[in-house]
Design a protein around this ligand. Sequence first.
Ligand code: HEM
Ligand SMILES: *[C@@H]1O[C@H](CO)[C@@H](O)[C@H](O)[C@H]1NC(C)=O
Ligand SMILES: *[C@@H]1O[C@H](CO)[C@@H](O)[C@H](O)[C@H]1NC(C)=O
Ligand SMILES: CC(=O)N[C@H]1CO[C@H](CO)[C@@H](O)[C@@H]1O
Length: 504
Amino acid sequence: MWTVGQACAALGCCALLLLFFIMVLQLLKQRHPKGFPPGPTGLPLVGNILALASEPHVYMKKQSKIHGQIFSLDLGGISAVVLNGYDVVKECLVHQSDVFADRPSLPLFEKMTKMGGLLNAKYGRCWTEHRRLATSSFRTFGYGQKSFDDKISEECMFFLDAIDTYKGKPFDPKHLITNAVSNVSNLILFGERFRYDDTDFQHMIEIFSENVELATSAWVFLYNSFPMIGILPFGKHKQLFRNADEVYNFLLSIIKRFSENRTPHFPRHYIDVYLDEMEQNKSDPGASFSTENLIFSVGELIIAGTETTTNVLRWAVLFMALYPNIQGQVQKEIDLVVEPNRQPSLEEKSRMPYLEAVLHEILRFCNVVPLGIFHATSKETVVRGYSIPKDTTVITNLYSVHYDEKYWHDPDIFYPERFLNSSGQFVKKEAFIPFSLGRRHCLGEQLARMEMFLFFSALLQRFHLHFPHGAVPNLKPKLGMTLQPYPYPICAERRQSGQSRAHC
Ligand code: HEM
Ligand SMILES: *[C@@H]1O[C@H](CO)[C@@H](O)[C@H](O)[C@H]1NC(C)=O
Ligand SMILES: *[C@@H]1O[C@H](CO)[C@@H](O)[C@H](O)[C@H]1NC(C)=O
Ligand SMILES: CC(=O)N[C@H]1CO[C@H](CO)[C@@H](O)[C@@H]1O
């Protein structure tokens, strides 16, 4: 029989051996394949994960000055390639669109959506079928309808009236903007809006967007390289999984609610279209439509639409208060083009080049999705002489494209006029890619552009925006998969004369 001491020693030895074995495995994983792009040296085991803790997009742009526009990072045994600057992003996403259209099978994504759904789906049948279905639903129930602009404008009215209730007193616009924006996507997905006081829906959005933030925490990177830490009872990944379960159950329940009273072949919204498709393809074992993928895709459409558009508008409000001259110039243009008692309409957009330039500059300058969504290679390939194996994680540093000195003069300066030519007309810029490029480019771009224009123009038509007592809030972005401003208070005062004017 062993004594307690011997048993402990034996156990200790086993533990050490195991640890050694894991380290060797990890170090083997960390070796780069031949011809792989170079990159900054990382620590054993965790690689470069720690360097990504503060501002990963800025760190990556700096590293590209040393290692080149295409370089590699070690995400704890996961070799990733980072694309920096417009030229190489275009070379990969456009000139090799097939190769770069995949998503990486990281343990986090595997656990969240089993690589199904739409946004995170592998590049294959599931993605093709879901992308086609979503694109056609967005057309049928969204911008393909003549009345859709009016529906967004109607939403604007609710939104402006809700702001009016503050009577010029300071408030944080985050919730109102989130509600208005998600009401518009909900029209397409569920055929109706949600009530502003539908707190369950708002809670779902809240914890979902918390997950967008958590997705880039060091804990989650660690989980991707060492899924074993999933058994630990603490850590941010735990919070993320709890949130994801709650979101899943909520979506399941509202999908049930909105598919009641459905008549097959007479779809009223995305859910109905999906269920029709699911029934028609029952006999096809390869078809990807399933209740689970319905839930994943609905969740992805909700969060991809809300988290981005909302944050662009929050930055827009912040910058208008920060630069009163620019705000004034936008308002002058609105007053010139739009009749006083009418809301701005999409037909008037082409006559408002300055407002367009301001919105574009906000998208360029603020980079709401700084690293896009992670891509992966669907087969082995060569870029600029470097070989990249199949299934390599690819990070598109969209921030570095929007601050690319080759394409932008003084990129650190907020300067809407860069989008205007000498006769004041709006000009498109090639290196402006907030919606990314290639097969996986944003599915909601058209909807997002409509919403941003209609909400922003209606807001500035009715209100003058300023900070309470002129106090400038923190302008640093809050980090996550998206960059958003920290919560800030704003005063919105009625502009038109004859209306009641309140003061902050
Ligand atoms: C200003 C607002 C928006 C911005 C800046 C934005 C940006 C992006 C970016 C950078 C990507 C990654 C593309 C890639 O993988 O290379 C993306 C993907 C996506 N976006 Fe958006 N987006 C916005 C609004 C929306 C809206 C309103 C919707 C829908 C309601 C939406 C739905 C999607 C979907 C489904 C994908 C994944 C596409 C795929 O994997 O095939 N987005 N978006
Ligand atoms: C969203 O829709 C609900 C229900 O129609 C409406 O009551 C609410 O005012 C809308 N929200 C906003 C911000 O307009
Ligand atoms: C400015 O752009 C508009 C529209 O693209 C074009 O018609 C016009 O000729 C341009 N003006 C100058 C001075 O380049
Ligand atoms: C993806 C897929 O197989 N879709 C098919 C489902 O069934 C309908 C009707 O039979 C076909 O038109 C689709 O092509």
